[in-house]
Design a protein around this ligand. Structure first.
Ligand SMILES: N[C@@H](CCC(=O)N[C@@H](CS)C(=O)NCC(=O)O)C(=O)O
Length: 222
């Protein structure tokens, strides 16, 4: 298998974490957003929207990070990351959807206001990038995250993981964004919520995440 992306890309992290959890090796083919690789005709044949990641499995191509997570979980042997109980399964899907609908967007707004984005903006692609948020936009993003995180906090008062009593794809869909939030002066939104802080401690110390969860630290790695 091949994964097209970079080892500091949040969307690619979801795919790499599932692979690690499954104990499966895949080749990471460096396709950099900042260098414009993702918009090349060659990459658009793999991903017509010009984004990363893409998975190639014996000639079969699939894109969209959350679709790839689900594909890999069914495709590969190893511990299942999808609950067998139908209600827990539904909750896993609910929390993946919450991440996509209410969390990743405001996290990126805050990332654009923080040190990681200063690194990204040193790249030649700076003119193609949106500007950092103004204070009103950043405050709105913090408010949106606070609302979502309060809901998570209440959920985690009664259970250890989003879907119930086991780590699942729901955690893997959230972790890359939380990691980037911590790297962008937004970690207090997690740590000031005790249940969420304990959950983050639990999931971010997993062997898979320790290996995968790298935040961009230089323009060379973009
Ligand atoms: N919905 C896509 C989003 C992928 C995405 O946003 N990838 C980013 C890097 S993490 C990217 O390729 N950005 C390029 C761009 O927006 O032009 C997925 O989940 O795979």
């Amino acid at each position: 298998m091949k994964v097209y992306g970079t080892d500091t890309s949040a969307c690619t992290h979801k795919v790499l974490t599932v692979l690690e959890e499954k104990g499966h090796q895949a080749e990471l083919v460096f396709v950099s957003v900042i260098r414009g690789h993702d918009k090349s005709p060659e990459h658009r044949k793999r991903q017509p929207f010009g984004e990363i990641p893409v998975l190639e499995d014996d000639g079969f191509l699939i894109y969209e990070s959350r679709a790839i997570m689900r594909y890999l979980d069914r495709r590969l042997p190893g511990p299942s990351l999808t609950p067998s109980d139908i209600r827990a399964y539904g909750l896993m899907e609910q929390w993946i959807s919450v991440e996509q609908s209410y969390v990743s967007g405001p996290v990126w707004t805050l990332v654009r206001g923080g040190p990681v984005y200063e690194i990204i903006r040193r790249s030649p692609a700076v003119d193609l990038l949106p500007p950092p948020p103004n204070e009103a936009e950043a405050a709105q993003a913090r408010g949106e995250l606070a609302r979502a995180f309060d809901i998570v906090e209440r959920t985690l008062a009664a259970q250890e993981y989003l879907a119930g009593d086991a780590f699942s794809l729901a955690e893997i869909s959230w972790m890359p964004y939380l990691q980037y939030l911590f790297a962008s002066h937004g970690g207090h939104l997690v740590t000031e919520r005790p249940n969420m802080a304990a959950w983050w401690q639990r999931i971010s110390t997993r062997r898979s995440w320790i290996k995968v969860g790298k935040v961009l630290d230089s323009v060379e790695n973009t």
